[in-house]
Structures are given as structure tokens and as C-alpha cells.
Design a protein around this ligand. Structure first.
Ligand SMILES: CC(C)(COP(=O)(O)OP(=O)(O)OC[C@H]1O[C@@H](n2cnc3c(N)ncnc32)[C@H](O)[C@@H]1O)[C@@H](O)C(=O)NCCC(=O)NCCS
Ligand SMILES: Nc1ncnc2c1ncn2[C@@H]1O[C@H](COP(=O)(O)OP(=O)(O)OP(=O)(O)O)[C@@H](O)[C@H]1O
Length: 197
């Protein structure tokens, strides 16, 4: 039996860092944001269709995220058009991973897991969380988004309380030690479930 665990949480709450802890614990990890990065790179499958919709974004032969973020903040409809192009390509990449991954536990790091209904494909869901103040500080400290860009993305996501209420496991990402201990406990719980399945 292969167990599929969805890993989600709000922007900057620690999905990627926690996914790395699951990898350390022997799980195979698929990362939606990383899949988008590959699709946007030179030769990536999203470059052509995004260029057709927004030519200035792909003038350099890849998807320029800074130009894209600028367009998104200028016009609310841009993100929707973008999602309609990108999400089916991301979904196809995820299916490829499912058929090739070699591990008993597959972890799917998906920021928009509930927003896109992808929880239906999972055996269980883990949601990472941290206080809104820490979240804001961490995202703005990265220096890749302005405060209005952060607010705009945040507003598009399901509130974290709702994500937590719909999840089987909650992982607080206040410190690395705490997060690692919780990941170990989740993996042990899943292994017990698999042994009794
Ligand atoms: C908005 C973009 C340009 C921001 O790029 P940037 O390099 O600054 O950030 P990155 O891609 O690492 O995403 C950071 C976080 O933003 C949030 N986020 C990204 N896209 C979306 C979205 N469409 N709706 C809500 N939140 C989003 C997620 O929490 C994500 O983890 C980029 O995320 C993008 O092109 N998004 C559209 C594709 C998409 O929906 N991706 C989400 C995973 S499938
Ligand atoms: N358990 C933790 N303890 C301390 N800092 C953490 C922990 N988890 C994450 N962080 C820090 O929080 C920031 C955001 O983490 P990360 O990039 O993993 O979040 P994310 O949810 O994947 O972000 P995004 O939604 O933007 O893709 C990083 O600076 C990271 O070092």
C-alpha cells in the first residue's frame, strides 16, 4: 500500500521546510511550487501558453515572475487566467510523480490543496501553521514580495483556521525541533495505520 499525505498551510507558514523534514524521514516529496518553477523555466510547458496571454512576461524566453507579480497587482483578473493555464499542467506533473515515486509514503506539498479540491486524492492531510505575525515577518523577510502583494495572495487563500479544521494532522512550525518531532509522530502514526490496513 502507498499512502498519500497532502501537506498544506497558508503562504510562508513552513510547507517547504516541513516537506524537507518528511523527506529526511524517508518519504518521497512532490512540491507544487517547485513544479511551477520548472514549468516557468526556459523550455517549460507553461512558457508558450503564458506568453500567448501575457507576451511581456515571457519576452526573455522564460516566465519572469517579477513582471508577472507586477501584472497581478495591477489587474485582479490576471491571477485567474494564470491559474487556468498553470493548474492543469501542475496536475499532470503530479500524476507523473505518483506513477514513478518509490516510497511507501508520498507527501504532496500543495499550497492550494483545499482551494483546488486536491484533498480528495489524499489519504490524509497535514496542515502547517504559525501565528499570523510570524507568518508576515517571515514572508516579508524573504524580500520577494511587497506587503500589498503578500496581502493580495493571502486574501485568495482559505483562512488557516478552516484549513486546520479540515486537516487530520496539525504541525506547528515555531521552531525546527518542534516541527521535526511532530513530523516524526505523523510518520509513525501513518506507518501504524498502514500496518493495520
Ligand atoms: C503569484 C506568483 C507569481 C508568486 O511567485 P513567487 O516566486 O513570489 O512565489 P512562489 O511561487 O514561491 O509562491 C509563494 C506562495 O504564494 C502562494 N500562492 C502562489 N500562487 C497562488 C495562487 N494562485 N493563489 C493563492 N496563493 C498562491 C502559495 O502559498 C505559495 O506557496 C506565483 O506563485 C505564481 O505564478 N502563481 C500562480 C500559479 C499557482 O497557482 N501556484 C500555486 C501552486 S499550484
Ligand atoms: N519549524 C520552523 N522553525 C523556524 N523557522 C521556520 C520553520 N519552518 C519554516 N520556517 C521559516 O519560515 C519561512 C517560510 O518557510 P517555508 O519557505 O518553508 O514556507 P512555505 O509555506 O513553503 O512558503 P510559501 O507559501 O511561500 O511557499 C522560512 O524562512 C523558513 O526558514
Amino acid at each position: 500500500m502507498v499512502f498519500s499525505l497532502g501537506l498544506t498551510g497558508s503562504i510562508g507558514m513552513g510547507k517547504s521546510t516541513t516537506a524537507a523534514l518528511f523527506k529526511e524521514a524517508g518519504c518521497a516529496v512532490w512540491d507544487a511550487d517547485a513544479a511551477v518553477h520548472a514549468l516557468y523555466a526556459k523550455g517549460g510547458a507553461a512558457v508558450g501558453p503564458i506568453g500567448n496571454a501575457f507576451p511581456e512576461v515571457t519576452a526573455a524566453g522564460f516566465v519572469d515572475r517579477d513582471i508577472l507579480k507586477e501584472l497581478i497587482s495591477l489587474n485582479k483578473s490576471v491571477l485567474k487566467v494564470l491559474e487556468d493555464i498553470v493548474h492543469p499542467l501542475v496536475q499532470a506533473d503530479r500524476q507523473r510523480f505518483r506513477t514513478t515515486a518509490e516510497a511507501d509514503i508520498l507527501v504532496f506539498d500543495i499550497p492550494l490543496l483545499f482551494e483546488t479540491g486536491s484533498q480528495a486524492e489524499m489519504d490524509a492531510v497535514a496542515c502547517v501553521f504559525v501565528s499570523p505575525e510570524t507568518q508576515r515577518q517571515r514572508v516579508l523577510a524573504r524580500g520577494t514580495m511587497t506587503e500589498p502583494q503578500f496581502e493580495q495572495i493571502l486574501a485568495k487563500q482559505m483562512p488557516i483556521e478552516e484549513k486546520l479544521a479540515r486537516s487530520d494532522f496539525r504541525i506547528e512550525t515555531d521552531t525546527m525541533e518542534h516541527a521535526r518531532a511532530q513530523v516524526t509522530a505523523v510518520v509513525e502514526d501513518i506507518k501504524r495505520r498502514m500496518a493495520h490496513a
